[in-house]
Design a protein around this ligand. Structure first.
Ligand SMILES: *[C@@H]1O[C@H](CO)[C@@H](O)[C@H](O)[C@H]1NC(C)=O
Ligand SMILES: *[C@@H]1O[C@H](CO)[C@@H](O)[C@H](O)[C@H]1NC(C)=O
Ligand SMILES: *[C@@H]1O[C@H](CO)[C@@H](O)[C@H](O)[C@H]1NC(C)=O
Ligand SMILES: *[C@@H]1O[C@H](CO)[C@@H](O)[C@H](O)[C@H]1NC(C)=O
Ligand SMILES: *[C@@H]1O[C@H](CO)[C@@H](O)[C@H](O)[C@H]1NC(C)=O
Ligand SMILES: *[C@@H]1O[C@H](CO)[C@@H](O)[C@H](O)[C@H]1NC(C)=O
Ligand SMILES: *[C@@H]1O[C@H](CO)[C@@H](O)[C@H](O)[C@H]1NC(C)=O
Ligand SMILES: *[C@@H]1O[C@H](CO)[C@@H](O)[C@H](O)[C@H]1NC(C)=O
Ligand SMILES: *[C@@H]1O[C@H](CO)[C@@H](O)[C@H](O)[C@H]1NC(C)=O
Ligand SMILES: *[C@@H]1O[C@H](CO)[C@@H](O)[C@H](O)[C@H]1NC(C)=O
Length: 388
């Protein structure tokens, strides 16, 4: 069957879709290591089984911890990070779960990275502890679109994520920031969160975060989005998803500058458009002016590049995919994640009828999202991809 062939091809060179469960206690995602397996009752196993519980007992108070045990070739390296707003017990609960899930989802694998809403656990036999690389970057977004004031939303969400990242990098020794911005009077606020592992310097953290916040261009118009990494992560939503008060408030941007109307663009305009700046900053006017010039440019650039990327991707995929597979079906399959419930609905609860085939890592189902778009869904129980 041509369809099956298409599917096989797909699973060969594109990362499949994976499942997100809405429950807090389920992993968001996991990436098993690629540095080999250990055997039952080996020294590596006993090192690993000794190290994992100690991470939770030593690290849940601080919310960040890294440690190693054993000697090469059986040395195990591990790192944990809890979300900055979790308390000791919530952190510990999450890590206890992570340890069990990781061993179950990546059995006998020397390495694993597993993400939850509240925590991250990573272990490996290769020493990644001093690395500042944000490997294993996973993109997730809310499939619901923003309907009103799209441009304003994209701009505000981008700005919020940027400011929250700056806060995490430079205003927090814990490298953690949360922020909110008023969208419109009727709509709820936008909430953002950014975090790095605490061993990064401010500059390293900021660099890590700018590396992933560039993904905001993938999320244009989406009601929420997040990027998971093993050194830094961020998220934004139109609802609160963290505990406590936001550390940062973006002033309302309802008084955005009026569209220019044949105005003189050169030289020193004597009107300073009202642009959001952070409260308490000096140089308000300068910052405002710079933002007023830079933001529209950036937005235009982002829009243009999104269009270009989409166009390019369609062409590229059209080249690689057999004709009977609509390239639209598989836009940015790298690591898209949908709600489990969305996927359940789309695939009629993974019914046999919708099953397209069975690949090396799991079964592939055809699905139709409620907007009519067709997707290929891979249901993977165990995943053996990813880099260490
Ligand atoms: C590790 O184990 C998995 C199954 O548990 C297997 O698919 C994989 O090939 C093994 N890798 C190595 C390097 O032996
Ligand atoms: C970590 O916790 C274990 C007990 O779980 C303890 O034996 C060990 O000394 C602790 N390590 C540090 C560095 O505190
Ligand atoms: C810790 O946080 C959890 C969830 O936010 C909350 O239910 C619990 O009461 C908190 N525990 C303490 C001791 O504050
Ligand atoms: C990692 O950092 C620690 C202390 O910061 C240092 O002692 C160690 O040599 C470093 N290891 C590597 C492999 O760079
Ligand atoms: C969201 O917008 C995208 C493109 O702008 C569109 O393809 C998709 O169907 C929309 N999704 C929903 C759920 O409305
Ligand atoms: C956010 O920061 C990135 C990188 O620094 C920049 O390219 C982008 O224009 C900024 N976005 C907004 C909306 O300020
Ligand atoms: C963050 O730190 C910078 C300087 O490091 C300071 O100017 C700014 O006011 C701080 N912002 C907040 C919200 O504390
Ligand atoms: C933003 O929203 C909050 C509550 O949603 C409100 O208290 C505050 O006044 C608003 N700020 C601005 C500048 O509109
Ligand atoms: C442009 O400005 C002129 C006068 O300055 C005004 O009559 C016109 O309505 C403006 N057009 C727009 C689109 O704002
Ligand atoms: C442009 O600038 C000139 C002189 O600086 C001024 O007379 C004119 O009204 C300006 N035009 C607009 C549209 O603002």
């Amino acid at each position: 069957m041509a369809l099956l062939l298409g599917c096989k091809l797909l699973s060969l060179f594109l990362l499949p879709l994976f499942l997100v469960s809405p429950s807090l206690s389920d992993p968001l995602y996991q990436v098993c290591g690629s540095t080999g397996n250990y055997t039952a009752k080996s020294t590596y196993e006993s090192n690993l089984l000794a190290l994992l519980p100690s991470l939770a007992s030593n690290g849940s108070n601080q919310g960040f911890y890294k440690d190693t045990t054993g000697r090469v070739p059986d040395q195990v390296y591990a790192l944990i990070l809890c979300r900055g707003d979790t308390n000791t017990s919530a952190c510990r609960n999450c890590l206890d779960l992570a340890r069990q899930d990781a061993l179950q989802l990546c059995p006998y694998n020397k390495g694993a990275t597993i993400w939850y809403d509240n925590c991250l656990l990573r272990y490996s036999n290769s020493n990644f502890l001093n690395s500042t690389d944000n490997s294993n970057v996973i993109y997730m977004w809310n499939t619901q679109n923003v309907t009103d004031d799209l441009d304003k939303f994209n701009k505000l969400a981008g700005e919020l994520v940027n400011r929250t990242s700056q806060y995490a990098a430079f205003n927090s020794s814990r490298r953690f920031g949360t922020g909110e911005a008023n969208f419109t009077a009727t709509d709820p606020n936008i909430y953002g969160l950014a975090q790095c592992t605490r061993d990064l310097s401010g500059d390293q953290c900021y660099k890590c975060l700018t590396g992933i916040t560039s993904a905001m261009s993938r999320f244009l118009g989406k009601r929420g989005g997040r990027v998971l990494g093993d050194r830094c992560n961020f998220r934004y939503e139109l609802y609160t998803f963290y505990e406590g008060k936001s550390l940062l408030q973006l002033p309302s941007s309802s008084s955005s500058p009026p569209p220019s109307n044949g105005t003189n663009t050169t030289g020193n305009g004597n009107t300073t458009p009202a642009v959001p700046t952070m409260g308490g900053d000096g140089n308000k006017n300068n910052i405002g002016m710079i933002l007023a010039i830079v933001i529209p440019l950036v937005i235009a650039f982002l829009l243009m590049s999104t269009i270009c990327i989409c166009f390019w991707r369609r062409r590229r995929l059209a080249k690689k995919i057999p004709n009977d597979t609509n390239p639209e079906e598989i836009t940015s399959v790298e690591s898209i994640l949908f709600d489990l419930s969305t996927l359940r609905t789309a695939t009629a609860n993974f019914s046999e009828e919708n099953k397209l085939g069975q690949g090396g890592f799991g079964s592939v189902y055809k699905g139709t999202l409620h907007n009519g778009r067709e997707i290929a869904v891979k249901k993977a129980f165990q995943q053996a991809q990813g880099k260490e």
